[in-house]
Design a protein around this ligand. Sequence first.
Ligand SMILES: [Fe+2]
Length: 97
Amino acid sequence: MATAGTADRAERNPDRRGSAEGTLRDQEIMHESLESEAKALVLYRELLKCVEGRSVILEEYARNMVYAEELHASEVDKMLRRPGEVAAVRPAQQSAA
Ligand SMILES: [Fe+2]
């Protein structure tokens, strides 16, 4: 249900018209966020490879960050799906170069 404030914003900026799936700009921001999470995940996995067997502290740090980034990416992915959709927007796994 649109409130007076929502209607005012929509009139000032047509791209801010609300819908059940969010605005086009919201979707763009979420896709950019998903890309950022994926890039961070690749870098933390690369860090993990570099420190494995050399430093338990850095290994644990890298593992915790990989965990956090995987969680963030899955949350953003869920927000991009339509209600009832279960398939990921795009694969969450990316290998380090
Ligand atoms: Fe993140």
